[in-house]
Design a protein. Sequence first.
Length: 94
Amino acid sequence: MTEADIRKHSNDQIFSGVCEALEAKGPLPPGEGLANYAYIDEGHVNSLSLLEFITGLEYRFDIQFSDSDFESVEFRTVGGLANLIARKCAREAE
């Protein structure tokens, strides 16, 4: 990943990208608490659509999730997932 790629994936852009991917599955709840929205627990993505959702994020941000990522608490909220992706993007740039 080049420095330009890192800038392309700012934290705000990553958060927006996660939200866009979720909106493709259905409307997101209104309000400012979106970072804490537990999209899996709320049924926004189900077990059938989760693979497509994750694959799309991996492709979009040029990252790979690990099994431990899927088990983390952070993975279960919009903000946590965006932070996880941001760290992976930063590691890929090193």
